[in-house]
Design a protein around this ligand. Structure first.
Ligand SMILES: N[C@@H](CCC(=O)N[C@@H](CS)C(=O)NCC(=O)O)C(=O)O
Length: 280
């Protein structure tokens, strides 16, 4: 049974940039997401995919319109799966702040009210969305994961918790230790409540310290990122990774900020990195 409704498709580097809509049962709302299918997938092949998770304030369209990922994805024969960052719709609880509520789902399964009814982003991505795209799109089942900021956090925790599903993981300026930064403290106490023991399953540094295996890892962090000192905990991630048995490259990129100009500058490296593991 087809559950996806295609709402748009535009030609891009001989592939197609598409948008789909579906009723998301984990989130109790209608969701849209974007997909880039490379030319190989339009010619009848089943291709590997990179799942991209976006950051605060984003929809599925920031990455597809700003990162410039399609040229390399077309060359390498990679599909890009690009979900939204929170549940959507008029009956979904929200907050006036940009870093909580809609656009800021933090890829957790909320337990607190009024969030729990809709904010189940961890299960939405790892269970529902990945299942539906693999059953309805020309994908071969091989999958890597990447993301930016809040989405870099999402990519790291999903890879650490579900290592067998992902050939590799990468992140741009991830919120590496959300239990210990203002964005994470606000989101986790709001969505998960005050019992910090329940936060650990959604904190990459905590999962690494707890001995979770990690797929091969690439992280880029801009040295001129406004959020570096207060929010991102890059040096804590570096120290934690160094103590674990992780195949990892963590790169501080001098002069780059937190924006999509930074992502556009290094997305080719990330897609080539993922392709090398997806095609082994
Ligand atoms: N100052 C920003 C903070 C949020 C932010 O920088 N969001 C990043 C991810 S953490 C982003 O990707 N924004 C959307 C864009 O640049 O297209 C705002 O209020 O919009």
């Amino acid at each position: 049974m087809t559950t996806l409704k295609q709402v748009s498709s535009v030609r891009c580097f001989d592939g197609e940039q598409r948008r789909y809509e579906h009723q998301a049962s984990t989130l109790n709302c209608i969701m849209q997401f974007s997909v880039f299918l490379p030319p190989q997938a339009l010619d009848g092949d089943h291709v590997p995919a990179v799942l991209w998770l976006s950051g605060l304030t984003c929809t599925d369209e920031n990455f597809s319109s700003k990162a410039g990922a399609q040229r390399i994805a077309a060359e390498l024969g990679l599909a890009l799966i690009i979900p939204d960052t929170s549940p959507r719709g008029d009956d979904v609880a929200d907050d006036d702040a940009y870093d909580f509520g809609k656009g800021a789902g933090f890829y957790v399964n909320a337990t607190e009210q009024p969030w729990a009814k809709h904010y189940q982003m961890y299960d939405y991505i790892t269970k529902e969305l990945l299942d539906v795209v693999h059953s309805e799109l020309p994908l071969n089942g091989k999958l890597s994961i990447s993301g930016h900021s809040m989405g870099g956090h999402g990519a790291l925790i999903m890879a650490l918790r579900e290592k067998e599903r992902f050939a590799s993981v990468s992140a741009f300026a991830p919120i590496a230790h959300p239990s210990a930064c203002p964005w994470g403290l606000k989101a986790f106490s709001g969505y998960l409540g005050e019992d910090r023991a329940t936060w650990q399953q959604y904190d990459a540094v905590a999962l690494l310290r707890d001995g979770h295996d990690c797929p091969p890892l690439l992280v880029d962090q801009g040295g001129a990122d406004n959020f570096l000192a207060e929010q991102l905990n890059f040096s804590v991630l570096e120290e934690t990774v160094a103590k674990q048995d992780v195949l990892a490259q963590l790169r501080l990129q001098d002069g780059y900020d937190h924006s999509y100009y930074f992502i556009a500058s290094f997305i080719e490296d990330h897609l080539r990195f993922h392709h090398s593991y997806l095609t082994r």
